[in-house]
Design a protein around this ligand. Structure first.
Ligand code: GLU
Length: 419
C-alpha cells in the first residue's frame, strides 16, 4: 500500500489565511490518522509577489497552532529540478515556446493541450468530469527557468510522492490542468479532496469585512491555539457524535472524509469564542497569568494578579479580553455618583448601607445577611459600583476577595464621599 503523504502548499504572498490553516489541519489529521506524513511546501515561484516575511508568518502561525510538518520544501530552492523538466517537455513536444505578440520578443512556454475529457474521483465531491478543450494551450512557465504554479505543483506533488491533495474547493478548477500535465509527464495522479469553502456569517465568501482573516491575528488576539485548532477542524467536518470540544489526539483518531460536508462552512466567531472559553476555563491560575502577561501592563504583575486570574478565568474568550475585563481591579475607574443609586433608593439610604458594609468588612461580619434584610439591590448594587465603577462586573463579594479588605474599604469610603 502507498504511504499516505499530504501537503499544505501556501503561497507567501500575504499573511497565512485561516482557510489555509483549515486545509493544513485536514491534511495533518488525515496523514496522522493513517500513520503518514504531512509536508509544508512554500510555493514562492511568483518572486514578485512572494515575501520571506510571509513565509515566516506562515511557519510561525502553523507551529503556534500545533501543525508541525515532517518535511519542508521551498519552491525557489528547486529551480534546477523544474528547469530540467521544462527542457524535457520542450524536447518531447508536450510543451512549446510561444511568441505572445507578433513582432514582440515576449515569449512564454505553453502546454500542448490535446483536449478531450478529464475525469477524476474527488473524495468529497464525487465524480468530476471536465472537457479540457476550452482550456487551450495554457501557459506553464514564463521561460525555461521559471515554472508557473500548475507545473511546479504537479512536479512537486509527484516528486514528493504526495498521495492525497487536500485543498480548498476554489482549486477544483485547477485540477483538470494539473491532471493533463501529470499525464504528459507520466506522473501518477494523486487522490483529490476539495474542501468546502469557508463563508462569513452572511454566507458570502469569507473576506476582510468579516474580520480577521490571518491565522496570526488570532494568535495576536490571544486565542488558545488548542481552541483555534479545535474550531478550524469543525469547519466543514464533525465527529460521529455531537461533541464539539475535541483535543488534537481525539481529532486525529476521529477524522474521516466521510463526514466532510459538501456545502460551505460558516466561520462563526461566537462558536470560536464558546470553544475558546471551554479551553480557558480548564487552565490553572498560573497558566492564565502566563498567558495574559503579554496583554497587560507590567505594573499589574504580582499582587492581585493571582486572584484576578481566578475571578476572570470564566469570563474571557481570549487572553486579550483580560485587560479590559480586569482593568478596574488594577486601575480604579471614575464614575458618576448617580450610578451608585439603586432604582428608587435614596442617597441617604445608599450612604447608610455603604457605611454599614464598611463596618461589616472591618469586623468580619456577613454582608449577605445584611443585604437579605435591607434589600439585595439596595445594598449590593451600590457596593458593587463603589468597588468596580461599572454598570456590569462580577459580584461585589468576589471583587472584595480580589481587592482585599483595605483597598475595598478605601473604594467604598470614596463612594460615600461622592454621595
Ligand atoms: N499555492 C496554492 C495556494 O496557496 C496551493 C494550491 C494547492 O494546494 O495546490 O493557494
Amino acid at each position: 500500500m502507498q504511504k499516505i503523504r499530504t501537503r499544505l502548499a501556501p503561497s507567501p504572498t500575504g499573511l497565512l489565511h485561516v482557510g489555509n490553516a483549515r486545509a493544513g489541519i485536514f491534511n495533518y489529521l488525515f496523514a496522522k490518522k493513517s500513520g503518514g506524513e504531512f509536508i509544508l511546501r512554500i510555493e514562492d515561484t511568483d518572486l514578485e509577489r512572494s515575501r520571506k516575511e510571509y513565509e515566516d508568518d506562515a511557519k510561525e502561525a502553523l507551529l503556534w497552532l500545533g501543525l508541525s510538518w515532517d518535511s519542508f520544501y521551498r519552491q525557489s530552492d528547486r529551480k534546477e529540478i523544474y528547469a530540467e523538466y521544462i527542457e524535457k517537455m520542450l524536447e518531447n513536444g508536450s510543451a512549446y515556446v510561444s511568441k505572445e505578440v507578433e513582432g514582440n520578443s515576449k515569449e512564454v512556454i505553453r502546454f500542448k493541450n490535446k483536449g478531450g475529457p478529464v475525469k477524476f474521483d474527488d473524495i468529497i465531491r464525487g465524480q468530476v468530469e471536465v472537457d479540457t478543450e476550452d482550456l487551450g494551450d495554457f501557459v506553464i512557465a514564463k521561460d525555461t527557468q521559471t515554472p508557473l504554479y500548475h507545473l511546479a505543483a504537479v512536479l512537486d506533488d509527484a516528486l514528493m510522492e504526495i498521495s492525497h491533495v487536500i485543498r480548498g474547493e476554489d482549486h477544483i478548477s485547477n485540477t483538470p490542468r494539473q491532471i493533463l500535465i501529470q499525464q504528459a509527464l507520466g506522473c501518477p495522479t494523486p487522490k483529490y479532496a476539495h474542501l468546502p469553502l469557508i463563508l462569513g456569517e452572511d454566507r458570502s465568501k469569507l473576506s476582510k469585512r468579516h474580520g480577521a482573516e490571518a491565522l496570526s491575528e488570532y494568535k495576536k488576539l490571544g486565542y488558545p491555539p488548542e481552541a483555534m485548532f479545535n474550531f478550524l477542524a469543525l469547519l466543514g467536518w464533525h465527529p460521529e457524535d455531537d461533541r464539539e470540544i475535541l483535543s488534537k489526539e481525539e481529532l486525529v483518531s476521529e477524522f474521516s472524509f466521510a463526514r466532510v460536508q459538501k456545502g460551505g462552512a460558516i466561520f462563526d466567531k461566537r462558536k470560536l469564542d464558546w470553544i475558546s472559553r471551554g479551553y480557558i476555563k480548564k487552565l490553572s491560575e498560573g497558566e492564565i497569568i502566563e498567558n495574559v502577561a503579554q496583554f497587560v501592563p507590567k505594573e499589574w504583575e504580582g499582587g492581585k494578579m493571582g486572584k484576578a486570574a481566578k475571578l476572570f478565568r470564566d469570563r474571557i474568550s481570549k487572553f486579550s479580553d483580560f485587560k479590559e475585563e480586569a482593568k478596574f481591579i488594577f486601575e480604579p475607574k471614575d464614575y458618576e455618583a448617580g450610578l451608585l443609586i439603586w432604582k428608587n433608593a435614596s442617597k441617604e439610604d445608599t450612604k447608610k448601607h455603604l457605611e454599614k458594609v464598611c463596618e461589616l468588612i472591618s469586623s468580619g461580619g456577613d454582608i449577605m445577611v445584611y443585604a437579605q434584610k435591607e434589600g439585595r439591590g439596595e445594598v449590593l448594587w451600590p457596593l458593587r459600583v463603589s468597588l468596580s465603577g461599572l454598570k456590569n462586573s462580577p459580584g461585589p463579594l468576589e471583587i472584595i476577595e480580589v481587592l482585599g479588605s483595605e483597598e475595598s474599604l478605601n473604594r467604598i469610603r470614596h463612594a460615600i464621599s461622592k454621595l
